[in-house]
Design a protein around this ligand. Structure first.
Ligand SMILES: NC(=O)c1ccc[n+]([C@@H]2O[C@H](COP(=O)([O-])OP(=O)(O)OC[C@H]3O[C@@H](n4cnc5c(N)ncnc54)[C@H](OP(=O)(O)O)[C@@H]3O)[C@@H](O)[C@H]2O)c1
Length: 244
């Protein structure tokens, strides 16, 4: 069984890759910089002894996505699990000044994620098996002034995954949505969160377990379901005055 990890230099993705490798699965690691992907793949192979491969993958190179999935399957055989872990927080202030920055954030987090999921779903659907794990964010649950380009793209990706799950159900393809809260990675480096930050290892354990059980959707850490329940219940007339 082979596993594709998109966003290989993410610490979350890296720890998930290790879970699958430790369970004996061959792993293909992809990210924009081929040398980085190769470094991560070599490291994983040495640590776990499994077969790994690496490839360059740019979420915004939409036209290349179907051929990329073909190349992954040529290298490692039919894909059983694909983790869509790449993401780009971007710079909200810069996005407000120049839509090109906002466009990049939307393209990576939503258009690119949907595009590669389509290419993967087509292959898995033809075979009638497989799991697609998409990483969304609690930021996608409600638009906030501080990160609404990133948040809206992550929210759109969650809705996309919900629809894809419905479409793929009759083809026996599992589609799982993960809404992450704060995780200790590059993305949150230096952030003052005021809320406990999860470790990438804990996220990886939860994702792996949930995928094995074919869960549809989860928050991690789970307490974020309560936090977001409260945040979503705040009336808009009040919410728009809050400064976060
Ligand atoms: N950390 C958190 O608290 C948190 C919370 C909620 C959701 N998430 C989500 O969790 C996932 C992992 O996040 P992380 O914190 O581990 O982030 P990260 O360390 O910033 O890693 C992001 C990954 O995405 C890749 N990437 C960026 N632009 C890309 C593009 N155009 N094409 C392909 N790959 C691209 C990066 O590659 P390079 O190394 O080459 O840039 C990197 O591998 C993301 O989807 C993120 O939105 C994270």
């Amino acid at each position: 069984m082979s596993v594709l990890i998109l966003g290989a230099t993410s610490r979350v993705a890296n720890r998930v890759a290790r879970r699958y490798a430790e369970a004996g699965h061959a792993v293909y690691l992809a990210e924009p910089d081929l040398a980085e992907a190769e470094r991560v793949a070599a490291d994983l192979a040495i640590r776990t002894g499994v077969q790994t491969r690496a490839g360059a993958f740019d979420a915004t190179d939409f036209d290349a996505h179907p051929a990329f999935v073909d190349a992954v399957e040529e290298a490692l055989g039919p894909l059983e699990v694909a983790l869509v872990a790449f993401g780009l927080m971007g710079d909200q202030a810069a996005s407000e000044q120049d839509f090109a920055e906002a466009h990049r954030v939307i393209d990576v987090n939503y258009t690119g994620a949907a595009s590669i999921c389509e290419a993967i779903a087509r292959k898995m659907g033809e075979r009638g098996e497989g799991s697609i794990i998409g990483i969304s964010s609690v930021a996608g649950d409600r638009g906030r002034r501080s990160n609404y380009f990133y948040g809206s793209a992550k929210g759109a990706f969650r809705l996309y995954l919900q629809g894809l799950r419905g479409r793929m159900h009759k083809h026996n393809v599992h589609v799982m949505t993960v809404r992450l809260g704060f995780v200790d990675t590059r993305m949150t480096f230096g952030m003052k969160t005021g809320i406990p930050v999860a470790s990438p290892e804990a996220v990886a354990r939860a994702l792996y377990r949930a995928q094995q059980r074919k869960i549809d959707s989860l928050y991690y850490p789970p307490f974020w379901a309560c936090i977001m329940g409260i945040i979503k219940a705040i009336p808009e007339s009040v919410f728009k005055r809050l400064s976060f």
